[in-house]
Design a protein around this ligand. Structure first.
Ligand code: 8YV
Length: 312
């Protein structure tokens, strides 16, 4: 019997066939009773393959005495109990860098779609409204100030793209970076000084509800919010209220508090563009992510250095 890999996810376009050479796989999505499949193999499971939707809890980590590595098909690790992994000396790897450009492109797609009413315009043509008049005007990006929340790998790519659109970039984060963009250590102050804000920071406790009613109020009635980070970063009911009562103008959202559930009120609004968490979703990028998952797992079991270990 080979060591067992517990797969919560099929590893995107690459699939899991390369892994099958070295592991017996439990493909959890095929199991009638996932809990029983885990329990009957708990002593043999040495690796977990997961993605951001799969909660890797302390209970699960502690139930697998021989678990050595958790490889997630995501840059985010907010779905993994990192403390529990550390306590058990279980390695965690993610897929940074390879998805930064793609996710930044998604951010710009949302920003443009909202500012220039792209999705609304598409519907306008399809339902024949054009015969009765013109689409309401959009707003210009050039010359506007955009606040990037979290100037990490994705945030930096977003900033670069916004510069190409001749926007003024400022940023907020836990620490000032060695970049020319103005830095804010106060999110409310930055929101007040911005026309638009884009969220690219990690999820998890440290950023939970960072964007609350006060920040939205500070962003103001012409403000646009784009979220390509995690739904947890925004107080979703406060956002819905702010969009409903004109506290902010519009939003572009790729992520939600309770995916795939999206509040009905958002679905019925014209001033939002909604995407089903597709930040990294291209064949090329998802293939690179899948390869990184495999390379990390193989590196670990070959005794080689991990390519992208997440340390806390
Ligand atoms: C998902 C993401 O991993 O990388 C992340 O943290 O949220 C995405 O790239 C992807 O949607 C697969 O679920």
């Amino acid at each position: 019997m080979k060591p067992v890999l517990l797969a919560f996810y099929n590893n995107g376009p690459l699939g899991t066939s390369d892994l099958e050479e070295r592991f017996d796989l439990i493909n959890l999505w095929n199991e009638q009773d996932p809990e029983a499949a885990i329990n009957s193999n708990r002593d043999n499971i040495v690796a977990i393959l997961c993605k951001n939707e799969n909660k890797i809890s302390r209970k699960l980590i502690e139930a697998l005495p021989n678990l050595e590595i958790i490889a997630t098909f995501s840059v985010g690790v907010d779905h993994i109990d990192m403390e529990a992994a550390k306590e058990r000396d279980v390695k965690v790897t993610n897929t940074p860098d390879v998805l930064c450009q793609e996710t930044a492109d998604t951010g710009l797609a949302l920003l443009l779609a909202v500012a220039r009413r792209v999705a609304e315009g598409d519907m306008f043509v399809r339902v024949g409204k054009w015969h009765n008049g013109n689409l309401p005007l959009g707003v210009t990006l050039a010359g506007k100030t955009i606040g990037v929340v979290g100037l990490g790998g994705i945030g930096s790519k977003v900033a670069k793209r916004c510069e190409a659109f001749e926007m003024n970039v400022v940023y907020y984060g836990p620490r000032k970076k060695d970049v020319a963009y103005p830095y804010y250590d106060d999110i409310n102050k930055m929101a007040h000084d911005c026309d638009m804000m884009i969220l690219t920071c990690p999820g998890g406790e440290a950023t939970a509800n960072l964007i609350d009613a006060n920040v939205l109020e500070a962003l103001g009635s012409k403000g646009i919010l784009v979220n390509i980070a995690r739904g947890s970063v925004v107080d979703e009911p406060a956002l819905v209220a702010a969009l409903e009562n004109g506290t902010i103008a519009a939003a572009g959202l790729d992520v939600f508090a309770n995916e795939p559930n999206v509040p009905e009120t958002l679905i019925s609004m014209d001033n939002v563009v909604l995407l089903p968490h597709i930040g990294s979703a291209t064949i090329e990028t998802r293939t690179l992510m899948g390869q990184l998952v495999i390379d990390n797992i193989f590196a670990h079991f070959d005794g080689a250095p991990l390519l992208t270990e997440v340390k806390i």
